[in-house]
Design a protein around this ligand. Structure first.
Ligand SMILES: C[S@@+](CC[C@H](N)C(=O)[O-])C[C@H]1O[C@@H](n2cnc3c(N)ncnc32)[C@H](O)[C@@H]1O
Length: 291
């Protein structure tokens, strides 16, 4: 009879041999999901017998993981900021680095100091993790999320519903700012955030199998120099920013100089670079002046 402990001991080398980078953690996450328990329960009850449907579920999870499918797609969920989001292969799995965009927003607009509701725009909303987390941090705010992928927008919608911020989100399909119109100055946003595709096309095949075999290419491939979307965003977003409004974008390796120059060229002020927790340049931000 298999137990939690014997399955853990068996799964570890099995995943290791198949090139999985964090075999212990992944094995535990998949086992806990197959048993319908929290990960901690595995350690509290290591002799718990596992058989029948639970065992079959775990084996199926392991086989998927051996094909290098990311754990988040197998489980159908991923944590971001303080919340858990539904993820499917139609959306990029939210990354911890992207939380820096939210931290930038919170630093510019401290939630306790807002007397009137913020209006937010996210370009490339994907799973909706960033926009939902922002809306939950500002309970009065409203947000627009644009994405080129209808399948991604369906996931954002589901996350909005599950987390109770759907009514404050408007989801729009289209190419960056193209679907939006500025009928009046009131249509401008207090903050525009984006984690656009920024991987160089030539780097695509070198990415880990978890990424290049499973994640949507449209979410990651930023063209020859990775800047296809980042080159457009500052100048196209600038007219949509309210006075003092914030534009913040996530960037990839060695893109900070070019992106900061694009922010300056678009007339944004106080252009800043933030490093992520691995000390990598990760977020460029700037503010709209009064002009
Ligand atoms: C890197 S993912 C970011 C997803 C999510 N915001 C996050 O941070 O986890 C980029 C997203 O931009 C979308 N996208 C790519 N090109 C786009 C474009 N030209 N206009 C609008 N959305 C685009 C992709 O479909 C994808 O959902």
């Amino acid at each position: 009879m298999w137990t939690v402990q014997s399955l853990q001991a068996w799964a570890l080398p099995w995943l290791q041999q198949r090139g999985v980078e964090s075999p212990r953690l992944d094995g535990d996450l998949l086992l806990a999901d197959a048993l319908g328990v929290e990960r901690l329960a595995l350690f509290l009850d290591p002799k718990r017998p596992v058989a029948g449907e639970e065992l079959a579920r775990f084996k199926s999870h392991l086989q998927r993981r051996a094909r290098r499918e990311p754990v988040a797609y197998i489980l159908g969920r991923r944590g971001f900021w303080k919340h858990e989001f539904v993820v499917t292969p139609a959306v990029l799995i939210p990354r911890p680095e992207t939380e820096l965009l939210l931290e930038t927003l919170l630093a510019h607009f401290p939630p306790a100091q807002q007397d009137s509701p913020l209006t937010l725009l996210e370009l490339g909303v994907g799973s909706g993790a960033l926009l939902c987390a922002a809306l939950l941090a500002y309970p009065e705010a409203t947000g627009v999320g644009v994405d080129i992928s209808a399948a991604a927008l369906a996931v954002a919608e589901e996350n909005g519903r599950k987390l109770g911020c759907r009514e404050r989100m408007t989801l729009v399909q289209g190419d960056l700012l193209q679907p939006l119109q500025l009928a009046s100055p009131n249509d401008r946003f207090h903050a525009i955030l984006s984690n656009p595709p920024y991987v160089r096309t030539s780097e695509w095949e070198q990415l880990e199998p978890e990424i290049h075999r499973w994640e949507p290419r449209q979410a990651l491939d930023g063209g020859a120099d990775g800047l296809a979307a980042l080159r457009r965003i500052p100048s196209e977003a600038r007219p949509f920013l309210a006075e003092g409004g914030l534009l913040a974008v996530e960037i990839g390796v060695n893109q900070e100089e070019a992106v900061m120059a694009l922010f300056e060229a678009a007339g944004l002020q106080g252009v800043e670079l933030r490093l992520d927790y691995s000390r990598q340049p990760r977020v460029v931000s700037g503010r709209a002046g009064s002009g």
